[in-house]
Design a protein around this ligand. Structure first.
Ligand code: V07
Length: 247
């Protein structure tokens, strides 16, 4: 935890190293003003930039955003096609900001069944920011917690069959290393989960990694979620006692 004193207002704010966000409420935000769901997704995307910069300025080390779940393929195909273009728009518009903010982009999730163009754009963004030393912006993209655990199990099983690993040596470290989040190194587990729009579920996000994560449910729809909401939710987190099962 870093003590953040960059401005008087946030004096003594203890900023969590890893914040994960379920960016919910985009469809309802659009509906509220009589717009189609995709208008909400678009405004939600613009807010990704605002909140990423706010988090980076606060000194967050890893910001994980649940952008697309393995279950989201079941949505209407026009909506899925629209969502698959958002990374293209996102990097097209925001890459200069990411470079300026020294932000490194990573993706956790299944990349193999993404549309070609989406995968190429994502791979390019990862490559173009790989030497950035600031905040890691982790997009959970085509991600599902159970699917990730099943995938890790396959990786470990293959190693055992190849005699590269003794089953007796499988421990929590071996397991964590087989998860997508191993790319986040020491910050693989979120300290704080924020879910917007008032829903209070984890919906298959980072299941293994959230064993000890504090959860804050914010009533704001994601497009309305501001840096003030972020700071407020961090304050709620600060007011809780985290004991990790000890006393
Ligand atoms: C998406 C905007 C945020 C609210 C949630 C639904 C819509 C940014 C990305 C993205 C993903 C990967 C990447 C770069 C950007 C994104 C989807 C949806 C599918 F490498 N926003 N955003 N992807 N929304």
């Amino acid at each position: 935890m870093t003590e953040n004193n960059i401005d008087g207002q946030n004096n003594n704010l203890r900023v969590p190293n890893h914040i994960a966000i379920i960016m919910d409420g985009n469809g309802r935000w659009a509906k509220r003003s009589g717009q189609p769901r995709i208008a909400g997704h678009k405004e939600g995307m613009n807010n990704v930039k605002r909140i990423a910069i706010a988090a980076s300025d606060l000194g967050v080390k890893v910001l994980s955003l649940y952008a697309f779940s393995t279950e989201n393929w079941k949505r209407p195909s026009a909506e899925v096609s629209f969502l698959m273009k958002l990374p293209v728009d996102f990097f097209g518009v925001f890459m200069p900001d990411l470079i300026k903010e020294n932000i490194r982009v990573v993706i956790t999730g299944f990349k193999d069944n993404l549309p070609d163009k989406t995968r190429k754009v994502v791979d390019k963004a990862i490559a173009d920011t790989k030497d950035n030393t600031g905040m890691v912006l982790n997009f959970a993209f085509n991600y599902g917690g159970r699917a990730e655990i099943v995938n890790a199990t396959k990786i470990i099983a293959r190693k055992a069959i190849a005699k590269e690993l003794d089953p007796e040596d499988i421990d929590e470290k071996v397991f964590s290393d087989a998860l997508f989040t191993h790319v986040l190194g020491e910050y693989s587990d979120p300290d704080l989960l924020i879910r917007t729009s008032g829903e209070e579920r984890i919906s298959n996000f980072l299941l293994w990694q959230m064993a000890y994560t504090e959860m804050v449910f914010d009533s704001a729809y994601w497009p309305d979620f501001t840096s003030d909401n972020l700071v407020n939710d961090i304050k709620i987190f600060n007011d809780r006692d985290r004991r990790f099962g000890t006393v």
